[in-house]
Design a protein around this ligand. Sequence first.
Ligand code: AMP
Ligand code: MG
Length: 421
Amino acid sequence: MSTPTPRAPMLSTAEALATLLSAASPIPGTESIPTLDALNRVLSADVISPLDVPPMNTSSMDGYAIRTEDLATDGDRRLPVSQRIPAGHAPEPLKPGTAARIFTGATVPPGADAIVMQEQTEAAGNEVTILHNPAPGEWITAQGADIRSGSIILPAGTRLTPQALGLAASVGCAELQVRRRVKVAVFFTGDELTMPGEPLKPGAIYNSNRFTLRGLLEKLGCEVTDYGIVPDKLDATRATLREAAQAHDLILTCGGVSVGEEDHVKPAVEAEGRLSMWQIAMKPGKPLAFGAVRRAAQQADAAATASVETFFIGLPGNPVSSFATFLLFVRPFVLLLAGMQTVEPRALSLRADFTQKKADRRNEFLRARINPAGGLDLFPNQSSAVLTSTVWGDGLIDNPPNHAISAGETVRFIPFSELLN
Ligand code: AMP
Ligand code: MG
């Protein structure tokens, strides 16, 4: 019999997160890639606009470009049409006392200070009657109204959404400076684990966490190496850690981090590097292991970090626990490695449409769903083994320790949409 491991002190969720995130900094390595291929990558340099957008004063209506002063006096509101300006053509300066036929997106001719939409005019032959008194600037989008030349349109640390790519393209950026993707190695331990497709022997379960965790890492934009199930033997675990440390920024495992666990992950990481075992006052979750695995200097992948070690995070094995601890801890850690500035999920204040009489000592993360009335319904079974709750739910209620919930109360809800990318 091994002596029981002394219990680590309980950390609050906030303390554990702060300690974890203080260890993370952006990985080195940047590259220039085509803007068309840059979706979900993180900018390593500010994108500065080399031009004004729009690059000239443009008409935002089909109509006539005029000088408002030509209409200032009462009387004749007819103006001869002196030119026709389709979009994409350079205009002549507007002759005083005339109008220019103009179309949406076309350049406003120098001298004109307003556009009158065609619905407020009457054209006859080569003349147009203006039926409206426009204010100066009407229906003109001024040069630089959207973007000024020299301004930062996307700061370093921005993750590139489709609309960010569109914005970069709108100022002519064909290539973008981005960080390389974070390289993460994952593996799983537990003699009970079986892959779908194989028959389930008595006492065995399917390795569902492999699918969830790989999916979560890929959604964050990581380059994932999946070592699958590593036999629960010290030598095999140490060998996998050594190999994974060479070319990755982070090694992620799940299972075997509970107190008194007969697992080999803990001693293997301790032998190959260093490890802290945390007990976090959260539910689901609780155990979390954080440390690092030494990297053999001479073998270190040149493209990987210049660091002498690779981070290690060990998640609990229960499917909902590993899911929740990934979202709350691994996600922001990985995003900081990726070079992002903002990693905090934005929470909503929503009404609880249920009552939970029993207050828990731990910070609960309850799976809940937004109902058609805009309130929150609770999944009836909050067990950390019930993966159904994570598919049914729209997010997590962050319920502070020792707090019962009454129907009608406002609670802090973190939507999965904030946590899954
Ligand atoms: P552990 O953290 O290793 O004590 O595991 C806690 C529970 O999670 C046990 O019931 C394990 O069978 C289960 N578990 C561990 N790893 C996985 C996995 N990869 N997929 C599904 N369940 C798992
Ligand atoms: Mg286990």
